[in-house]
Design a protein around this ligand. Structure first.
Ligand code: NAP
Ligand code: HSE
Length: 444
């Protein structure tokens, strides 16, 4: 019997994800070899600090600090970019694609910023760029959108896309503690980005929303074209107030397209969801993605959204797809079916929905001086901006001589609520900047 063909893998990055890929590929090597008919060999791993202690045992001869050399090595078939960031990661990715290699990436920030350039490079040189681990950790959402749901157009995709934030929000809700105390746990568990502000300020979710938008609609929406708000201003009191209205709070990405007007909106913000909603019950590091297709109806995907094991599972699925590509089993790999239709215009046939077309109900928390007439001033601003109040709760605030007013509104729109917010912020009685949250009214 002849020895199996060897596929050589270069890992660029050997941190949380890289070490997970090493560990699980090692465990599964015999099984994968018999199923694929090839031997998968991690030939080399690039790191920043060769002296750093790793949790996996790797021969020193396989470690380098030159990721570009890995990407450019003609003996390497598959390059896994698991470094993160958008500088070295971009150089590594483009160098490998320029040689027609397959690049496997978990890097949503890179795809959001340089996706158009990366896919163009892959097409030009016959390489492939696979990115299952970039969105929703271990949930195969990329494959689902690209392959399983290929018959559909997608009027609405929404969900929890950041494990760190969902872990923090769950702890805040259940343990009544501020977010900063939980962040360190999320970092220790390997969920957070190297720069954790990407998680808590909503940018990581926005990067993932950009990747899903590209897959679903074939267009690149940049983070500046989205509403992006994070969880860093939420307090445990917001969870108590939300609960009195019957809601939980989740950081959601919402990608909505009206196919009648061709208006598209991409938003990331903390959202009040009815406690009975299935996505409101998704806790800890878990992600949930609801995808409404015009043919299939609504489908829902739930699973671990971050961490070493979940993410390695997704990276290894791409490595297996890469083997198939290298053996020419699936030459016509579907990237985005709408891509051709954009004709060089970044938004193709879509246009961004104007703020007044983005409708919804809102939650406002106002910390005000505890003086006569303040509630009347607030009500007057709301009336002036034509935003109708649905309910009001007033409590003592956590600071002296201040009250916390929590309002919910009837349906309004982004333009009106932002104008209201700007006007409220200028009231002399306002002690801190008002906090705005959206209320999610999803049929399913
Ligand atoms: P990490 O733990 O910080 O690991 C980064 C790795 O890259 C480290 O091994 C580091 O080397 C190496 N590195 C950094 N700069 C380098 C350079 N200039 N040259 C060579 N190596 C360099 O990050 P991670 O959590 O594994 O994340 C990696 C990627 O996966 C990111 O794009 C992230 O967004 C994405 N991702 C992460 C998760 C997760 O749950 N952690 C989930 C999905 C996607 P040293 O070890 O020597 O410092
Ligand atoms: N920091 C990211 C998260 C990693 O917490 O979801 C997974 O992409």
């Amino acid at each position: 019997m002849s020895a199996p063909h060897v596929i050589r893998i270069g890992l660029c990055g050997l941190g949380t994800v890289g070490q997970g890929v090493w560990k699980h590929l090692d465990h599964a090597s015999a099984e994968l070899e018999s199923r694929l008919g090839v031997k998968l060999e991690i030939t080399v791993a690039a790191v920043r600090d060769k002296k750093k202690k790793r949790t996996v045992r790797i021969p020193a001869t396989k470690i380098t600090d030159d990721p570009i050399a890995v990407a450019s090595d003609p003996a390497i078939d598959i390059v896994c970019e698991l470094i993160g960031g958008t500088d070295v990661a971009r150089d590594v990715t483009l160098a490998a694609l320029a040689l027609g290699k397959v690049v496997v990436s978990a890097n949503k920030a890179l795809i959001c910023k340089h996706g158009a350039e990366i896919f163009a490079m892959a097409r030009k040189h016959g390489g492939h760029f696979l990115f299952e681990a970039s969105v929703a950790g271990g949930i195969p959402i990329i494959k689902s959108l690209r392959e399983g749901l290929v018959a559909n157009r997608f009027p609405l995709i929404y969900g929890i896309l950041n494990g760190t934030c969902n872990y923090i929000l769950t702890q805040m809700e259940e343990q009544d503690i501020p977010y900063a105390s939980v962040l360190a746990d999320a970092k220790a568990l390997g969920y957070a980005e190297a720069d954790e502000s990407l998680d808590v300020q909503g940018w990581d979710t926005a990067h993932k929303a950009a990747v899903l938008t590209y897959l679903a609609h074939g267009v690149w929406v940049q983070t500046e074209q989205m509403v992006v708000e994070g969880i860093d201003r939420l307090t445990p009191a917001d969870f108590r107030h939300a609960a009195t209205f019957g809601y939980g709070i989740k950081l959601l990405a919402i990608i909505a397209r009206d196919f009648a007007t061709n208006e598209l909106s991409v938003r990331v913000h903390p959202t009040l969801l009815p406690e009975s909603h299935v996505v409101a019950k998704v806790s800890g590091v878990f992600n949930a993605v609801s995808v409404k297709g015009d043919v299939v109806g609504t489908t829902l995907y739930i699973g671990r959204g971050a961490g070493q094991d979940a993410t390695s599972s997704a990276v290894i699925s791409d490595i297996v797809d890469a083997v198939a590509l290298l053996r020419n089993d699936r030459r016509a790999f579907i990237t985005s079916r709408k891509e051709a239709a954009t004709k060089g215009r970044p938004l193709g046939d879509c246009r961004l929905a104007p703020a007044e077309h983005i409708r919804g109900r809102y939650y406002l928390r106002l910390t005000v001086k505890d003086r006569p007439g303040v509630l009347a001033q607030v009500a007057s601003v709301m009336a002036e901006k034509n935003v109708s109040i649905a309910s009001v709760i007033q409590n003592r605030a956590d600071r002296p001589d201040a009250a916390s007013i929590v309002l919910t509104t009837h349906e309004s729109n982004e333009r009106a609520i932002q104008a209201t917010l700007a006007r409220l912020a200028k009231l002399p009685s306002m002690v801190e900047a008002p906090l705005l949250l959206r209320i999610g009214d999803f049929a399913d």
